[in-house]
Design a protein around this ligand. Structure first.
Ligand SMILES: Cc1cc2nc3c(=O)[nH]c(=O)nc-3n(C[C@H](O)[C@H](O)[C@H](O)COP(=O)(O)OP(=O)(O)OC[C@H]3O[C@@H](n4cnc5c(N)ncnc54)[C@H](O)[C@@H]3O)c2cc1C
Length: 489
């Protein structure tokens, strides 16, 4: 089985994305070239602003290349959760924002003639257990109240055990990385700039300007849009105290014929299904979402996802990958200014595994705010919205989970080719490669000093608290850390 996402295959790299010192003074700096950052770049490329986007690696190869790539507003039990935390009107605004995002992608694909396997399909949510049927009823009432057309079915159009399903028409699936690269190329042709392999490490204020420190020098800008999936600083914003991280696992394989639908269970256990039509056809299946603080071996999750795929579809996966997403405690993404004090530093995070729509809407909102306009959803997603009681309870629970994760990870016994030893008075992680060479790293995450866990499947050192990931030599793969292991600012 390839331990690799489908979406990175055959992508032609961008040209002319090397760091250019002439570009160190810009109007708007976007940090991060995933769906949020590239959508913002595309929108801003229509303005006369001097805009630069930097990415620590290649654009589009972050979490966006590990998604299942569905564009849908049927997002498991999200509306029930928002109604419970806030109210029906807030849930309705969220629903509207997701529909707007789907419409934006559809119109952009059509207007720009983007070849990204965009296909309109029906979406289903379904129940696999009796107690989940009530959740379908709640969703049904909510859609009815808001005059959204739906159909109730006994099952989904594939042989997965299901008791009840709700279907809506005209949602979509696409190839997320092809879409991003085309948006990036169109944006470049309009004069904005992209610099790859430039990692932001810190941001300082200098009067009306912000100075972003990077591994390639400083960049001065009036506005900074932080679209790095997880903002890389702790203050201001306090994102670690407003969210937790979940990992999810995806498997896929070639199939003969596709069926024009996507589906997801309404609550745990999550089974998410979609088809992809390209030169070959594929079936993708995601499952086993869990909080990273559980500190369970990744192999178990991969195995369960793969076993379910085989038992449901009688197919053997040829691709398998995992990724993290940020789950906000009050079930609304965090999009906009990081604090009242810093209205020109904006974030886009907390997409709760629905970043194709939320990342799109984030890019649109941030591009409006960065050009001193307003957007109807800016209040809905305001990152420094007041804490509500339910969110506080979740924050306390997450804090306890983080402490537990710290304890569990301290006493870990890594599986496979890794071990923990005390060397020169320090506990270090050691990976022994197939040639018998030792790769030694500190097991402390540079972000918030959590203990790293060895991921025996991907051969990475992963932070159970905030999701940073490092390779066997300590090189940063995924933030929020901005440093390699052992690197000091
Ligand atoms: C298994 C799984 C399946 C999913 N399926 C769906 C789905 O079907 N539909 C849906 O709507 N959503 C889905 N999601 C959610 C969605 O994939 C994510 O929310 C979304 O891709 C996040 O996009 P982003 O732009 O925030 O982050 P990314 O795509 O990770 O982009 C961030 C970029 O920032 C760069 N970066 C990071 N730190 C720095 C730094 N310090 N300096 C410079 N650059 C930096 C990274 O290199 C990266 O390119 C899924 C999530 C998971 C976990």
């Amino acid at each position: 089985m390839k331990k690799k996402t489908l979406w990175q295959e055959g992508i032609e790299p961008l040209h002319d994305t090397k760091f250019d010192y002439k570009e160190k003074d810009v109007d708007i700096l976007i940090i991060g070239g995933g769906i949020a950052g590239i959508t913002a770049l595309y929108q801003l490329s229509k303005t006369k602003k001097n805009v630069l986007l930097i990415d620590k690696d290649k654009i589009g190869f972050g979490v966006t290349s590990n998604t299942t790539g569905k564009l849908t507003y049927l997002q498991d039990q999200i509306y029930e959760q928002i109604i419970d935390t806030y109210d029906t009107n807030t849930a309705l605004s969220y629903l509207q924002s997701q529909r707007d995002a789907i419409a934006f992608v559809k119109q952009t694909v059509q207007r720009e003639k983007i070849d990204c396997n965009f296909e309109e399909v029906d979406s289903y949510v379904f129940a696999t257990k009796e107690e989940q049927e009530k959740k379908i009823d709640v969703l049904q009432s909510f859609l009815e109240l808001n005059k959204i057309k739906y159909e109730i079915k006994d099952s989904i159009p594939i042989e997965i055990p299901s008791l009840k399903a709700l279907k809506v028409p005209r949602t979509a699936v696409f190839h997320p990385v092809k879409y991003l690269y085309e948006l990036a190329r169109i944006s470049l042709s309009k004069g904005v700039k992209i610099m790859e392999n430039v990692r932001a490490t810190d941001i300082d204020q200098d009067g009306a300007y912000y100075i972003t420190h990077t591994n390639a020098g400083k960049i001065r800008s009036k506005k900074v849009l932080i679209c790095t999936h997880y903002p890389f600083f702790i203050r201001p914003g306090w994102v670690p105290f407003k969210s937790h991280i979940e990992s999810s696992y995806v498997v896929a394989t070639h199939i003969e014929d596709t069926k024009g639908f996507s589906a997801i269970t309404i609550s745990n256990p999550i089974y998410s299904i979609r088809y992809h039509q390209d030169k070959q056809n594929y079936l993708l299946f995601a499952s086993e979402s869990d909080k990273t603080t559980k500190c369970k071996p990744k192999k178990e999750y991969y195995q369960k996802t793969s076993d379910r795929f085989e038992s449901f579809f009688h197919l053997t996966p040829t691709y398998a990958w995992m990724t993290h997403d940020i789950m906000p405690n009050d079930h609304l993404p965090l999009i906009g200014p990081i604090s009242k004090k810093h209205p020109n530093v904006m974030i886009a995070t907390g997409f709760q595994k629905w970043g194709m729509t939320n990342g799109t809407i984030a890019g649109i909102i941030l591009s409006e705010l960065a050009t001193d306009k307003h957007h109807p959803y800016e209040g809905l997603f305001l990152p420094y919205r007041p804490y509500n009681l339910k969110r506080c309870i979740q924050t306390v629970k997450d804090g306890i989970d983080n402490v537990n994760a710290m304890m569990k990870s301290t006493f870990q016994i890594p599986k496979g080719q890794a071990k923990i030893e005390v060397r020169n008075g320090k506990r270090v992680g050691i990976y022994i490669d197939p040639k018998g060479r030792e790769h030694i790293v500190s097991i402390i995450c540079p972000h918030m000093k959590c203990h790293l866990l060895f991921n025996e499947v991907d051969c990475t050192w992963d932070c159970p608290c905030h999701g940073s990931r490092f390779d066997i030599d300590g090189n940063l793969l995924e933030g929020p850390s901005v440093l390699n292991i052992d690197q000091k600012k």
